[in-house]
Design a binder for this molecule. Structure first.
Ligand code: FES
Length: 118
């Protein structure tokens, strides 16, 4: 597992970038507190699958992040883009919060080409 840092150091509604074998974006979502997901932490590959913008620099809206370059939105729970220009999902990674610290279990690189979303 990769140690990210203290949960308290990731403000709700913000993201941080973690340098691993590939950069990882770690988000602490703000959902308004009505669905039990407020303050939940999600991790995805930081690099947009369209033209390599950093998704941790994007705009967070609930569990969706909007790419700062061409505005494709990715679901932090699934990695799926909601439409063009991005067609390929980003990888999602398992987040473990233990004793107030955030850790990541990175998804495997399969070596297979990613499946495009129609
Ligand atoms: S670089 Fe992300 S949508 Fe184009």
């Amino acid at each position: 597992m990769i140690r990210v840092g203290a949960l308290a150091d990731i403000p709700v509604g913000e993201a941080i970038r973690v340098e691993a074998d590939v950069p990882i974006a770690v988000f602490r979502v703000s959902t308004g507190g009505t669905d039990g997901a407020d303050g939940a932490v999600y991790a995805i590959d930081d690099t947009c699958t369209h033209q390599k913008a950093s998704l941790s620099d994007g705009w967070l809206d609930g569990c969706m992040v909007e790419c700062p370059l061409h505005a494709a939105c990715f679901d932090l729970r699934t990695g799926l883009p909601d439409g063009p220009p991005a067609k390929v999902p980003v990888r999602t990674h398992q987040v473990v919060v233990m004793d107030g610290m955030v850790y990541l279990k990175l998804a495997e690189h399969t070596g297979e080409p990613e499946v495009e979303v129609a």
